[in-house]
Design a protein around this ligand. Sequence first.
Ligand code: CAA
Length: 699
Amino acid sequence: MLVTYELVGDLGVITINNPPVNALSQKVRQGLVEAIAEAQTDNSKAIVLICEGRTFAAGADIKEFGKPPMAPSFPEMNEAVESSAKPVIAALHGTALGGGFELALSCHYRCALKTAAVGLPEVNLGILPGAGGTQRLPRLVGVETALDVITSGKRVAAPKALELGMVDRVVEEPLQELALAYARSLLDEGAPLRRIRDLEVPAAQGSADVFEVWRKNMAKRRRGQVAPQKIVDCVEAAVSKPFEDGLQFERASFFECVGSDQAAAMRHMFFAERKAAVVEGLSGNAAVKPINRVGIIGAGTMGGGIAMTFANAGIPVTLLELNQEALDRGLALIAKNYSITVSKGKMSQEAADKRQALITGSTSYDSLADVDLVIEAVFESMDVKRQVFGELDRVCKPGAILASNTSYLDVNEIAACTSRPQDVVGLHFFSPANVMRLLEVVRADATSEDVIATSMALGKKIAKVPVLARVCYGFIGNRMLRPYAREAQLSMIEGASPEQIDGVLTRFGMAMGPLAVGDLAGLDIGYKARQALTPEQKGDPRSYCIADALVEMGRLGQKSGAGYYRYDPETRARSSDPEVLEVIEAQAKAHGVQRRTMSDQEILDRHLMALINEGFHILGEGIAQRPSDIDVVYVNGYGFPVFRGGPMFTASQMGLREVYDCICALRDKTGADYWQPAPLLEQLALEGKTLDSWSADKR
Ligand code: CAA
């Protein structure tokens, strides 16, 4: 039974039990409507609505999206609850999200465990609350708070929700007992049946053009996404229309969103992120080791960010540097980062102090003798890594996990520097490590199953999205970045400007264009890396000559005030620089390239196909476990638009045959051998197969 009803004295209790997260599937909605009807007919004076298991309902059953609507609909269910002649009190624990919180908003009162959180995260699925959330929440908490909660999709902790009026009471355990007591106190007080639908929306506090301000705000913060704009429209409808009309407007907007490509892409990402943590073929014996203390080598930006990540998860860290001065600098940077977070009101001083206190500095390797895991984040050179891992092999206790944060280097070679290659793994964080969610877990040939299982579980514990990769140059993300960066360089030398290239890709939805990213990262980094390569390894000179020329002119990117663009020294505002065009033209001439007008479509195709084709190589070689893992990497680590679902999802949406034809056309046009379609893509496209069918066959 997914929904049960019982009488406890003169109070009715409706319990939902639909593990794992009490999603409100059709059967649950049906059961709830029946239970409410039953409760109207007995001696109960009030009804408590509660859920079994780890959480109150976490929303609609996302798996039902895309299927024909099944009665009773959410609005019908909520209407039944709100219309109850007896007060209904929602008892919340865990996370009352989306349709779950909308159900709670249809109840007459809400009490929540102190540890609970509520929210309307639909925007993260490319949709909007379609069960009255955009109409009821503004009536309860006002327009500004409702817009903030719904467009951010954030979870609001129970104490804050109480402050905002989203819940009426915060209680401790045991929830059911205290919810029943709360129901009784409401009856004793003669509290009215508070139906939110009957409340007036409080007048907007902010400027008169509050909705215009939010539309602009969303166009910036959620660039390219449709749902956030529709959310603003719906909240405006809550103000301008009677409740029933507003509800209909919301419903129509919901259906427009739910059937959109954006929603399909974001749903794909939701499940892809969860699937990424699953390691295929791991034997049942793989044990997750306890990680109670972590050592980090290198207190630079990366090492410091990794240290903060662990401290934020409550895990003590020993941060190691070669000398006291570098260590002090690293610790001071961490303190500064925490104080910025506090000054923005995102963390209390007490919490920041607690986290900082978990990070202890050291200049001696011997202090790593007891750590369960050590991550090196030192200079990207095999010689340096060799030395570090030699030292770790000497000082670390048996069974400790030895991890490298390398972005490119061969983890097999690093493992071979130790007497315990089974304990060596790559843990590739992305900068700023305390902010970016992606973690590539790189499995070397000898890495043990225990170490893999532990690394994946740890990734989740420290609030990252872990993705497993095998060893190759650049693993999943940076390997795909190379052909993408190549196309940016070639597009420039063949005719496009940095502004055109970056414009095309940001309009597609990338967080930044490739050339602006280059300026941000520093052009000297790639330049230095190229110095260590042979001409064969460096590849076609046209794919790096402009970057080299700029560096040799002292244009290192943002840090030197100029790169592909010029930057205002005070504001860092970016502007075009005619000098760059001169450099491009000079390099084109030097390399015998006749520049031409390049269409936006060609630029987009070249960049996108470069990513997708490399993605197919990575899949075919078994570097990534599954196509969706590549999407998770690109969306979470490289600014690929979440509303397009990642490069492999984009390829699937286009159709593999079309992708294949596009790559063949680029090969025929350019004559470049790197435009050879990846064998796996060719096979699937010519056989008329999809990535989904390939994944299913593999299983
Ligand atoms: N529908 C279907 N399945 C869901 C689900 C949902 N709403 N929410 C979670 N699940 C599944 C997950 O896919 C996962 O399945 P597997 O174990 O098979 O991988 C399982 O439940 C557990 O989920 P998590 O691994 O995410 O568990 P967690 O404890 O880390 O997090 C959670 C729990 C906070 C509830 C998180 O799952 C979550 O954020 N869920 C989505 C919430 C959401 O977006 N709700 C809005 C839905 S849309 C809606 O409600 C529209 C409307 O207006 C009616």
